[in-house]
Design a binder for this molecule. Structure first.
Ligand SMILES: Nc1ncnc2c1ncn2[C@@H]1O[C@H](COP(=O)(O)OP(=O)(O)O)[C@@H](O)[C@H]1O
Ligand SMILES: [Mg+2]
Length: 314
């Protein structure tokens, strides 16, 4: 099966800045793929190369097997893009903007009108169809960008920071909508600053830093690498640290804190049952147990050194 996105050693230079410094990524058809990275990591540049807004300096990039430059038209027709920055024709009612866009992609006029109405309803701004883009609220502008991305019923939906600066309600609406689309077969490429968003939605994420791929894995796999914390509360606090989980390679530290046992370990969820049995055998009566899993955010910060990238200049 041909991948939705396939890049090999993709490069883009702006003067001395290596915005993309050899990016090789495969996004399988049907996946919900996250592109994470600090500011300036190269996420938008990667997307702009795919949709033909930016010319690559080197390497290969194909969308459903179509090279993004040599077969620009075919590649572009597969993609619906909701860009990070607003770039909308401000002087027409939004329904007309959608009809123009559909026409540009070869959809006949009567069908274009139907399709425009359909996507406006889908994103919940059908009531605003005769309004100009300028006059929409910030949240409605984001909804509109998604409607525009959907007008051609794309096989690949690319969302560049779609929930930046939107309120909680809209964020959840958008999550529901794109989850439904993905379940119906649309491949999704999502970039986001909200790591929690990727943790919830994506089945695979690539972490980008200074134009390079640091890691590709599922959010679960990444979180398994972080350190979890297990906190055990006893009926009678022990006076010294109980002898637990000796020799278990996953344990990183064991301490008593205010009478409670605090164990840090990788894959703490797997360790917890053994820990309970061990404490039980040792005669300690447990009244509460809490496993706090490391978040994708914490792992992400560690992998990117928690720093805003300078964009790969060296
Ligand atoms: N048109 C441009 N001209 C010069 N430098 C650019 C341009 N676009 C992006 N860059 C630089 O390329 C790097 C990657 O930017 P970008 O792809 O926007 O990152 P991200 O979307 O991950 O925040 C940054 O250092 C940015 O300053
Ligand atoms: Mg960006």
């Amino acid at each position: 099966m041909v991948a939705a996105i396939e890049t090999r050693d993709l490069r883009k230079r702006y003067g001395d800045v290596r915005a993309l410094d050899g990016v090789s990524l495969t996004v399988p058809e049907g996946s919900f793929f996250g592109l994470l990275g600090p500011n300036g990591a190269g996420k938008t540049t990667f997307i702009n190369v795919l949709v033909g807004l930016v010319e690559r300096t080197g390497g290969d990039a194909a969308v459903f097997g179509h090279d993004v430059e040599r077969d620009y038209r075919q590649a572009r027709d597969c993609i619906g893009l909701a860009p990070q920055e607003f770039n909308v024709d401000r002087f027409f009612p939004i329904r007309e903007v959608l009809e123009h866009k559909a026409g540009y992609h070869g959809i006949p006029a009567d069908e274009a009108r139907e399709r425009a109405d359909e996507v406006l309803k889908q994103v919940g701004i059908y009531g605003k169809r005769d309004t100009r883009f300028d006059w929409l609220s910030g949240g409605m502008k984001r909804r509109f960008l998604l409607a525009r991305a959907l007008i051609t019923d794309p096989d690949l939906l690319v969302l560049d920071e779609p929930t930046a600066g939107v309120d909680v309600q809209l964020r959840h609406d958008l999550w529901d909508l794109i989850t439904d689309l993905n379940e119906a077969g649309t491949t999704i490429l999502l970039t986001t600053h909200y790591i929690e968003e990727a943790e919830r939605l994506c089945d695979e994420v690539a972490i980008l830093d200074s134009g390079r791929v640091v890691e590709v894995a599922s959010p679960d796999e990444l979180m398994d690498r972080g350190t979890d914390t297990i906190t055990v509360t006893f009926r009678d606090p022990p006076s010294s640290v109980p002898d637990v989980a000796a020799g278990n390679g996953h344990v990183e530290s064991v301490d008593l804190d205010d009478g409670r046992l605090v164990v840090t370990a990788r894959q703490g969820g797997l360790l917890a049952p053994d820990l309970v049995r061990e404490l039980d055998r040792g005669g300690h009566e447990i009244v509460d147990l809490d496993v706090s899993r490391t978040s994708l955010e914490e792992v992400f910060v560690e992998m990117t050194n928690g720093q805003e990238s300078t964009g790969g200049s060296r």
